[in-house]
Design a protein around this ligand. Structure first.
Ligand code: NAP
Length: 481
């Protein structure tokens, strides 16, 4: 069974290692069976208690959490930058986005969770109630160590589903900081409990009857393992997995503006974003200019301490992450890819990788179908829209995408034909609380954020009330059968 292949002791321990200095700052022990059981008990009791509580009380608490995030923005941002290396200003932006998400669900949760009346031919009135279902386990990655938690926490807090968190093994400090902030803002014990779980313990938590939902964000490999466990235990789950998103530059585009968007969307968070554009598919007539423009932009990046204002290229999150992407680049080149720019070592101790542009990637090159989770841009040439779309859709992943066009309706027509969960025309693929986030194909299923994400672990329960049974009516008889 895939999930058990890494037992405690053989997997990476939970530890904070600064990817800029390679210093191991702190190592953490795994949770004990007793700690796990106690945490599940506290959370389950909270779930029962929340069933009788007014949702307005939780909305107020969520606003307090948003405000605590803003008050502690720098402190939280420092922890994220220390653990996974992102630029300090990007860490600050992430904390603010968490506050925006918390405010959104505090403001709209009650309205979105209000009972909905149904038109029915049955005698009586029918309503859908939107009720909590139980404890939810969130398994999260390191690339946005706070935002990934908040995407699941805020909606479920409003619903009344307490959250257990299994964070990535390289961001334990962020997990603890988030848990602590929620507690200090006044949320009851059990609202969000961080547990340093080994993979086998994740399996036990999934199997526990007190847990009723599993939300995972991570790689297709991790998602497959956790989804297997959830399926085996018939637990509802949502999977937010990897992406190798296409950025299509149509022939009518302003190439300078397209480049301006392209380099930012590829290099933000050192290229470690599920929805980063990773494959640039450029109209033949603009191809050379696009490559020249991208090279120029990539060459302006300055590696350095991610805490410094002058640094524009952050280290990758870990030695493991750097090794993986370097081996993907090496394999791509061995299979015939051409290095248009980059791929020279950066002479600094941190986990830096020079932004790299690869072209001439054939369909049988491993890079063609792999997600490259770092500052590497693949650029393809397309003779027309149909060729561009065929390239964009030729893969197992389907998370997001960007279309750049000089004509918005042309851009929208192309966007409609992309096989993915999200497409943005002439702008960044951004995440906001009111916009649903998620993919199709091997990029996962279900949505987070927005009204769709709010319903992920809700019991949409039918209540039909009649004055008395309608024995004479055939429809009533059918219903009894
Ligand atoms: P990952 O290895 O799948 O890890 C994600 C989380 O799953 C971590 O907490 C990890 O724990 C846990 N995990 C992995 N395998 C597991 C198993 N067999 N049993 C139990 N837990 C398991 O993902 P990653 O490579 O660190 O993260 C990057 C990936 O996430 C990329 O593919 C990226 O595209 C994707 N991502 C997707 C979204 C989205 O919304 N669609 C957003 C961000 C990132 P450990 O750390 O202890 O291994």
């Amino acid at each position: 069974m895939l999930i058990w292949t890494k037992e405690r002791g053989s997997i990476m321990p939970y530890q904070t290692v600064n990817p800029f200095t390679n210093e191991t700052v702190r190592t953490y022990d795994y949770a004990t069976a007793e700690q796990i059981d106690r945490a599940l008990d506290v959370s389950h009791r909270l779930y029962l208690q929340w069933k009788t509580q007014n949702i307005a009380d939780r909305a107020k608490l969520l606003r307090d959490i948003a405000s605590a995030l803003r008050t502690n923005q720098d402190e939280l941002a420092r922890v994220a930058t220390l653990e996974m290396g992102k630029l300090f200003r990007e860490s600050r932006g992430e904390v603010e986005l968490c506050a925006v998400i918390a405010d959104y669900f505090a403001d709209h949760g009650a309205e979105l969770l209000a009972p909905a009346a149904l038109d029915t031919r049955a005698t009586g009135s029918a309503r859908i109630l939107k009720q909590s279902t139980g404890v939810v386990l969130a398994v999260e990655p390191w690339n946005f160590p706070y935002y990934q938690i908040m995407r699941v926490f805020a909606p479920n807090f409003m619903v009344g589903n307490p959250l257990m968190l299994k964070h990535a093994s390289n961001t334990p400090g962020a997990a603890l900081a988030f848990e602590d902030l929620v507690k200090r803002a006044g949320a009851p014990s059990g609202s969000l409990t961080n547990l340093f779980l080994a993979y086998d313990q994740v399996g036990s938590v999934i199997a526990d009857p007190r847990v009723q939902g599993i939300a995972l964000t991570g790689s297709t490999r991790g998602g497959t393992a956790v989804a297997q466990e959830a399926g085996k235990n018939l637990k509802k789950n949502s999977m937010e997995l990897g992406g190798s998103d296409a950025f299509i530059v149509l022939a009518d585009a302003d190439v300078t503006k397209a480049v301006e968007l392209a380099w930012r969307t590829r290099l933000y968070n050192a290229g470690q974003v599920c929805t980063s554009s990773k494959r640039f598919i450029v109209a033949d007539s603009l191809y050379d200019e696009f490559i020249e423009g991208l090279k120029k932009k990539f060459s302006t990046l300055v590696p350095g301490d991610p805490m410094d204002k002058g640094t524009t290229l952050a280290p990758l999150s870990s030695q493991k992450a750097k090794r993986k992407i370097q081996s993907q680049i090496d394999a791509a080149i061995a299979a015939g890819a051409h290095v248009e720019y980059g791929n020279t070592p950066i002479d600094m101790p941190g986990q830096f990788l020079e932004p790299t542009i690869l072209t001439e990637i054939d369909r049988d090159n491993p890079a063609y179908s792999q997600e490259m989770f770092g500052p590497v841009a693949q650029v393809y040439r397309a003779a027309d829209d149909d060729v561009a779309l065929a390239l964009a859709n030729d893969g197992e992943l389907g998370l997001g995408g960007i279309v750049y066009s000089g004509d918005l309706s042309h851009g929208e027509r192309v966007a409609e034909r992309i096989e993915s969960g999200m497409v943005f025309v002439n702008t960044f693929l951004s995440s906001l609380p009111e916009l649903p986030f998620g993919g199709i194909k091997a990029s996962g299923y279900g949505r987070e954020l927005s009204s769709l994400g709010l319903m992920a672990f809700v019991n949409e329960k039918l209540v039909l009330t009649a004055q008395e049974p309608d024995f004479a009516n055939g429809v009533g008889a059918l219903a009894i059968m």
